[in-house]
Design a protein around this ligand. Structure first.
Ligand SMILES: [Zn+2]
Length: 297
């Protein structure tokens, strides 16, 4: 633009005229159809970047609520499990105490039978009492065996409950973190998203409806949400099919809108997209990933 030079000129009329020219040019540009193919592509690519950013915000948010929900479900399941173990332990302890009661009862009986034996009148009575004693002793042995088993179970279940309690505590801590993270992202990205949407809306006004609709249709139909892509290593960045050299030349000439013949995405050359050239890319091989998106901050 010769603006700077013109302003240096002290002819007021001349600078005024230039201003009018600029305004006229600006006004003429209002109709999106009047943009050059190059400008159309550039605007479309800028729009793509904004929409991609909005997409990634939504993805970011879209996963966290699910993670929070999963954690809450897991904690609920664990709490039920802990409750059940607690009940089991209570049951076992009740069983142990009941069996102990029976043992005490049997012991008292044995003592009584022994006393009675001192005053038996015949062998039949003696044998009967001996049998009763034997019977009570066997019964106690069985109770003791069952008590040992129950105690082992109580021990195992207590250990399991300790593990479950630790687990559920870990989950609760994680849940709190995730919840905070989600709240933070929602409050943080809300403003960001609205700003992006506003900018995208303004940018959409500069793109003619037919092209914009085509772009949106392509975006809707593609899983990665890309409607306009560049060429990398002779391939379409949307579907990774090879682009013939002649077509690549056409893309670079920016004379008309070219679409990928495989996926239908609109094609833009790397330079116009503001991407580093492939030669540059190759030079800093180690740090390749940072190409187009610098939204990390
Ligand atoms: Zn393609």
């Amino acid at each position: 633009m010769p603006k700077a030079a013109a302003l240096q000129d002290d002819s007021l009329h001349q600078s005024h005229q230039i201003l009018i020219n600029i305004m006229a040019r600006e006004k003429a540009k209002k109709d999106p159809a009047d943009y050059s193919v190059e400008e159309k592509l550039k605007n479309l690519y800028a729009l793509q970047s904004m929409l991609s950013e909005i997409d990634s915000i939504k993805t970011l948010r879209g996963e966290l609520p699910l993670e929070v929900q999963d954690l809450e479900d897991e904690i609920e399941g664990m709490t039920t499990r802990i409750e059940k173990i607690n009940n089991d332990i209570a049951e076992l302890k009740k069983e142990i105490s009941e069996r102990n009661g029976k043992i005490t009862e049997n012991k008292a009986n044995i003592e009584r039978y022994n006393t009675q034996m001192d005053s038996v009148r015949n062998n039949r009575e003696y044998d009967s009492l001996t049998k009763q004693v034997e019977y009570a002793e066997l019964d106690n042995q069985l109770h003791e065996k069952k008590i040992r088993e129950a105690k082992e179970l109580v021990e195992a279940k207590t250990a399991e409950m300790t593990r479950c309690n630790l687990d559920v505590n870990d989950h609760r801590v994680l849940l709190e973190t995730k919840k905070e993270e989600l709240e933070e992202i929602v409050s943080e990205t809300k403003a960001e998203e609205e700003k992006l949407r506003e900018r995208a809306k303004n940018l959409e006004l500069t793109i003619e409806p037919r092209l914009l609709n085509a772009f949106k249709r392509i975006r809707r139909n593609s899983r990665n949400g890309l409607g306009i892509v560049s060429v990398q290593r002779d391939a379409c960045c949307g579907c990774f099919n090879k682009i013939p050299p002649q077509r690549q030349l056409d893309i670079r000439s920016r004379k008309k809108i070219i679409v990928c013949e495989y996926c239908g995405r609109i094609m833009i050359d790397r330079e116009l997209a503001g991407l580093p050239s492939e030669a540059q890319e190759g030079a800093k091989k180690g740090t390749r990933k940072r190409a187009s998106k610098k939204k990390e901050e």
